[in-house]
Ligand binder design. Structure first.
Ligand code: SF4
Length: 335
C-alpha cells in the first residue's frame, strides 16, 4: 500500500533524559506536527552520544525518560517509528561504507569538528571526525526524503547529500536518496537566567515533567527586564524573557495587556510570572496526565522501542542489501 503522506522524515535526538521547554519548543513540538504530513522515523542517537559523554551510566535511563516525554507530548508510536540507534546495527555498516567515499580532509576541516576539538582537547576521538558520516548513514539508511533542521544546520544536510551523491556516483547506482532539508524555524529559547539558551548543563531549564509547584518555583526565578529595579519602575517587555514566553503560552488578550501594563508599571514582575506559570501549567496538563498514564505501565516504553526496532530493522536490512549489491559485495556465500 502506498503512503498517502509526502514522504519519510528522519530525525535523531541524543538521549538527554527528561526534556525541558527548550527541547519542546525547539524540536518535540515540530516532531509531533510532522506526523500529520510525513511518515516519521525518530531515533535516539545513543552511538552519537558516545563521542562526548563522560559516563554511560545514565544512557538507558535517559533514553527511557526522553522517549516517555516524546510520547506524552504526542508522538504516536503506532504510526511513527521510534527506536534506539544502537539497536539497529546496520547503521554502523553503512557508516563504514560511507567512510570510503568521504574525504578525511573535508571532515577535519568542518567547523563542528574544530569546535569539538576546542571543547574536549583531552578526548579527540575518531567518532568526532566521523560524526557527520554516521549522521549521513542514519539518514540514508532509512531513505529519508527530508530532515527537519534549523537553518544553521543546513551545512550538515548538504554534507549528507554530498556523501550520498559520492556513494551513488562511485558505485554507479541510485539506491540511496539525497535527502532534502526541511528548514524549520527553531526559536532560541532562553533559560531562566534570561541570557543563555535553555540547557540542562547550565541548570537554567524548566522540565516538562516537573510538578506544577516545581514549575511555578522555577518560573518565579526567571530573570526579567534587568533595568526594572523596583515595582514602581516601568518595564520593557521587549527585553524580557518572561514576556517572550507569554507570547507562546498566554492568550493574545493577556499578551496585549502585559505589553501595556508592564510599560506603565501597572503590573509587577511577580504577578506577571505567576500568570505565566499558571498558563504554562495549564498547557502542560495533558502532557503530564499522559506521562503519568504511561508510567503506570512499566513495560510500555520498552514495548514501543522494541516495536520501533523491528520496523526500523526491516528498512535498514533492505537498504544494506541494496547497498551491498550496488558495491558488488557478496550477499551470500555459495555452498
Ligand atoms: Fe517582564 Fe512581565 Fe516584569 Fe514586564 S512585568 S518586565 S514582561 S516579567
Amino acid at each position: 500500500m502506498t503512503s498517502p503522506k509526502k514522504g519519510r522524515v528522519f530525525s535523531g535526538a541524543r538521549p538527554t533524559g527528561r526534556q525541558h521547554l527548550g527541547n519542546y519548543l525547539g524540536a518535540i513540538k515540530n516532531y509531533v506536527a510532522l506526523q500529520d504530513e510525513y511518515d516519521c522515523v525518530y531515533c535516539v542517537v545513543d552511538i552519537h552520544a558516545l563521542t562526548t559523554v563522560e559516563t554511560t551510566a545514565y544512557l538507558r535511563l535517559n533514553t527511557h525518560e526522553m522517549v516517555l516525554d516524546f510520547l506524552a507530548a504526542g508522538i504516536r508510536p503506532d504510526e511513527t517509528i521510534v527506536f534506539v540507534q544502537s539497536q539497529v546495527p546496520e547503521v554502523t555498516e553503512l557508516h563504514t561504507f560511507f567512510s570510503m567515499v568521504t574525504s578525511l580532509g573535508k571532515l577535519t576541516d568542518l567547523p563542528t569538528f574544530k569546535d569539538k576539538v576546542r571543547q574536549q582537547p583531552h578526548n579527540i576521538n575518531y567518532g568526532l571526525v566521523g560524526y557527520p558520516v554516521l549522521m549521513a548513514a542514519d539518514i540514508a539508511l532509512y531513505k529519508a526524503d527530508a530532515v527537519p533542521v534549523g537553518i544553521d544546520q543546513a551545512p550538515h544536510i548538504e554534507f549528507t547529500r554530498e556523501i550520498v551523491r559520492s556513494f551513488n556516483h562511485r558505485y554507479k547506482t541510485d539506491v540511496l536518496v539525497e535527502p532534502q532539508m526541511k528548514a524549520t524555524e527553531i526559536p532560541k529559547v532562553l533559560g531562566i537566567d534570561g541570557q543563555n539558551k535553555m540547557s540542562k548543563s547550565l541548570n537554567n531549564h524548566i522540565e516538562l515533567a516537573a510538578t506544577p509547584e516545581e514549575t511555578e518555583a522555577r518560573v518565579m526565578q526567571m530573570v526579567t527586564d534587568p533595568q526594572r529595579k523596583r515595582r514602581s519602575d516601568p518595564g520593557n517587555p521587549d527585553v524580557c524573557n518572561v514576556f517572550t514566553m507569554h507570547k507562546i503560552f498566554s492568550s493574545p488578550e493577556e499578551v496585549d495587556r502585559i505589553n501595556i501594563e508592564c510599560r506603565t508599571a501597572e503590573i509587577g514582575c511577580v504577578e506577571c510570572k505567576r500568570l505565566f506559570a499558571r498558563n504554562l501549567n495549564k498547557h502542560l496538563e495533558p502532557f503530564r496526565a499522559k506521562r503519568a498514564e504511561f508510567e503506570k505501565e512499566p513495560n510500555y516504553i520498552a514495548d514501543v522501542l522494541n516495536d520501533g526496532q523491528k520496523r526500523a530493522s526491516v528498512i535498514a536490512k533492505q537498504t544494506i542489501r541494496e547497498v551491498k549489491e550496488a558495491i558488488g559485495l557478496p550477499l551470500k556465500n555459495k555452498v
